[in-house]
Design a binder for this molecule. Sequence first.
Ligand code: FES
Ligand code: FES
Length: 166
Amino acid sequence: MPKTHVTMKVNGSEVEGLAEPRTLLVHFLREQAQLTGTHIGCETSHCGACTIDIDGMSVKSCTMLAVQANGAEITTIEGMANADGTLSPLQEGFRMMHGLQCGFCTPGMILRAHRLLKENPSPTEAEIRAGISGNICRCTGYQNIVKAIQYAAAKINGVEFQEAAE
Ligand code: FES
Ligand code: FES
């Protein structure tokens, strides 16, 4: 199968490579760009472990071809930390609120939450749960992921985080 030259901006850097028309974006990112934070948890587009941010949208990168991302601007989990190396509010929130265990869903979950908080900076619990419904986690039961996103939202909005009573 002839390969196509594709270029995309990933986490602020130009990434280029050759991709077959059938090459999935998730494989291109993991194998060509060596960005292995983005994971593959299914083959039916359900799990969201492959979620990245592309041109201002949350996209499951297992369900997009690398050639379709030609010219796109992409953020993956490797681009989430602050420039000085400190954690972003979401990364910090997931740690502080124990929003991860095995960590396999976490890159996709954080990238989805990143876009969710841009769409809705002060989401309710129900809006968070609906907003991450494309991302499956086998470990946490989601409760602490919700808290992690609430923690990050509070930090981004400059308000004090109040853990809701259970
Ligand atoms: S790998 Fe499961 S949705 Fe992409
Ligand atoms: S932390 Fe293990 S799948 Fe979510």
